[in-house]
Ligand binder design. Structure first.
Ligand code: 6PG
Length: 261
């Protein structure tokens, strides 16, 4: 049984992004000090990219040893390489092009014009193989033990590209699957599954803005994971919701934590 999710509520979207970026820097530095490297899973979307931009602008940014950081993605829009709508493209613009990462340690999900052909299911199998190759005997299954796995939360409670009631959220064996007919464009995507997400040490859910208030309240009030995928994600040692006051506005009062700045 996993511990209950922890909640932190910040004044507004901008402060939440800056505070989450500072939190991520600290977690990466701690992991690198303890194990010599760190492993982080990025998320797409406005909140995810806002955090990356805040990280790029952080005065503490270069406390991170960027050459000893492994970056993975929780999901990807299945589009051609360089498409401005790809999560990888947006992450590069927000942060990756500004820091001295080791390219061999940056693992974008395949593009639709890559070697897997225009088949999202084949791209998913390739990424699952890449994850398995990076896993070691100390890891929990065919994925590396990510230090932090971040997930933006959709207004319908989707996380990554796990949408309510669609097949991907029901997957219990494979670590990566193709998604077809996603309600959030583009319709074709590649996504980690719940088993892969749950291998992470810490799972952070990012929810800022009034449009996330209903999703946060549903996910945190005992909804099932098929109907509310954000309710089904948890880390091995920590599950953390990072919200702003607007996204927390519909939470039951007993869940609403003491406000921070
Ligand atoms: O490919 C994507 O779109 C994301 O991975 C998706 O899961 C996103 O994180 C949520 O939809 C929240 O997006 P916003 O932060 O823009 O609301």
């Amino acid at each position: 049984m996993t511990a209950a999710p922890q909640l932190v509520v910040h004044r507004d979207k901008e402060l939440m992004a800056r505070a989450a970026a500072a939190r991520l820097i600290t977690r990466i530095v701690d992991a690198q000090s303890a194990r010599g490297s760190a492993s982080v899973v990025l998320t797409g979307g406005r909140n995810g990219n806002g955090l990356l931009a805040a990280l790029a602008a952080s005065p503490a940014r270069d406390a991170v040893d960027w050459a000893r950081l492994d970056l993975w993605w929780g999901d990807e829009r299945f589009l051609p390489e360089g498409d401005p709508e790809r999560n990888y493209t947006q992450a590069k613009e927000a942060l990756l092009d500004a820091v001295p990462l080791d390219p061999a340690r940056v693992h974008p999900m395949p593009a639709s014009d890559g070697s897997n052909g225009a088949k999202a299911d084949a791209a998913a199998e390739a990424y699952a193989a890449e994850l398995a190759a990076a896993a070691g005997p100390e890891d929990h299954g065919p994925v590396p033990t990510f230090d932090v796995l971040m997930l933006g939360v959709g207004p319908d409670t989707h996380v990554a590209s796990l949408f309510p009631e669609l097949p991907a959220v029901r997957e219990t064996e494979r670590t990566v699957v193709g998604v077809h007919g996603a309600p959030k464009p583009p319709p074709t995507r590649v996504t980690l599954t719940l088993p892969a997400i749950r291998a992470a040490r810490e799972v952070w859910l990012l929810a800022a803005g009034e449009d996330k208030a209903n999703a946060a309240a549903i996910a945190l009030s005992g909804a099932g994971e098929i109907q509310a995928p954000a309710a089904g994600v948890y880390g091995r040692s920590r599950t953390l919701w990072l919200l702003d006051a607007a996204a927390a506005s519909q939470l039951p009062h007993d869940l609403y934590p003491p406000a921070v700045a």
